[in-house]
Ligand binder design. Structure first.
Ligand SMILES: C[S@@+](CC[C@H](N)C(=O)[O-])C[C@H]1O[C@@H](n2cnc3c(N)ncnc32)[C@H](O)[C@@H]1O
Length: 271
C-alpha cells in the first residue's frame, strides 16, 4: 500500500486525531502547570478548554481522594472523547460543556485553574480571565500555557510558509492562530488586568518529535487543520511535503524530525 493513500489523510473528526497526536505533544508541558500551582492532594481543580482531557488525566493521581477536577470546553466532540478516555483510564472527572467567557460556576468554587493551550482560541480571552478569577477561591492559583512566537517553533514556521506557498494564505493563517499570544508582556498584562496577583510568565522550551516531515504535516492535518479548511489535494500534499523536507532538513536525524518549541507558562494568584 502506498504511504500516501487518501485514507491516511482523511479527516475523521478533530477529537480522534487530536487525542492521538496533539494531546500527547502538549502534555510535554503539563508538569510545568502543576509545578507553578504546587498542585496537591485535596485541590479542587477547574481545567478550562480541556479538550480531550489530558490535563485531568495527568492531574488525577496528585489530587488524592479529597481532590476533584472539572473540565470545561465548548466542543461536545472533544468532551465526548474526554469522557470516554478518562472512564477507560479509571479517572474520575466532571465534564461541562460551556464557554470560558461565561463559566457556569459560583464565585469562589475552585482552588486551582489550568488552561493548557486554550486561551488563543477563546474569542474574548480578557473576559475568560476575569471569569477564571471570579470562580477561584481567595489564595487560589492559576497556571496557563500558550505557545511563544511562531519563529521559536521552527517546524510550524516552516509549515506556515509551505501552506502559504502551496495551498493558500488563509490556511497559513490558521496554522498561526495557536501562536497568536506569543508576546510575553501582553500576556502578563492580560492576567494582571484579569485581577491576578503575583503574575509570572516563564519560558519553557522542549523538543517535539515526529517520524518524518511528511508525518508531521499529516498529523497536523488529521488532528486539527482539516477542521479549519478543506482537506489538501494529493498534489498540494506532495508540494507541502517536498517543501518541508527541504526547509526542515537540518532538523532531521536518524530517528526523524525533531525541533524545539517555546511555550509561555503564565501563572498568578487570587489575592
Ligand atoms: C488546543 S486545544 C487544547 C485542549 C487541552 N487543553 C489540551 O491541553 O489538550 C484548545 C481547546 O480550546 C477549546 N475552546 C475554544 N474556545 C473555547 C471557549 N470559548 N471556551 C471553552 N473552550 C474553548 C477548543 O474546543 C479546544 O478543545
Amino acid at each position: 500500500m502506498s504511504t500516501d493513500q487518501q485514507q491516511d489523510w482523511s479527516f475523521a473528526g478533530i477529537a480522534r486525531g487530536y487525542e492521538k497526536y496533539l494531546a500527547p505533544m502538549l502534555s510535554l508541558w503539563t508538569q510545568d502547570l502543576f509545578e507553578k500551582t504546587a498542585l496537591g492532594a485535596g485541590d479542587e481543580v477547574l481545567d478550562i478548554a480541556c479538550g480531550t482531557g489530558i490535563v485531568a488525566r495527568l492531574a488525577a493521581e496528585k489530587l488524592g481522594t479529597d481532590g476533584s477536577i472539572t473540565g470545561v470546553d465548548v466542543d461536545s466532540e472533544m468532551l465526548a472523547t474526554a469522557r470516554s478516555v478518562s472512564a477507560h483510564d479509571g479517572v474520575t472527572a466532571a465534564w461541562r460543556e460551556a464557554n470560558a467567557t461565561n463559566l457556569p460556576f459560583e464565585d469562589h468554587s475552585f482552588d486551582v485553574i489550568f488552561c493548557q493551550q486554550g486561551l488563543q482560541f477563546i474569542d474574548d480571552p480578557a473576559k475568560a480571565l476575569r471569569q477564571m478569577h471570579r470562580v477561584l477561591r481567595r489564595g487560589g492559583r492559576l497556571a496557563l500555557s500558550v505557545w511563544g512566537p511562531l519563529e521559536q517553533s521552527p517546524g510550524y514556521e516552516a509549515l506556515g510558509k509551505a501552506l502559504e506557498k502551496h495551498i493558500g494564505e488563509s490556511q497559513a493563517g490558521v496554522n498561526a492562530v495557536p501562536f497568536s499570544m506569543g508576546e510575553e508582556e501582553s500576556l502578563r498584562r492580560l492576567l494582571e488586568d484579569g485581577g491576578f496577583a503575583d503574575v509570572e510568565v516563564d519560558t519553557s522550551t522542549r523538543e517535539v518529535r515526529f517520524p518524518s516531515p511528511r508525518e508531521f504535516f499529516r498529523r497536523e492535518v488529521v488532528s486539527w487543520l482539516a477542521g479549519a479548511f478543506d482537506e489538501p489535494t494529493k498534489d498540494e500534499r506532495r508540494a507541502v511535503v517536498n517543501e518541508l523536507e527541504q526547509s526542515l532538513e537540518s532538523y532531521v536525524d536518524s530517528e526523524g524530525l525533531a525541533f524545539p518549541m517555546e511555550v509561555f507558562v503564565a501563572s498568578g494568584r487570587k489575592a
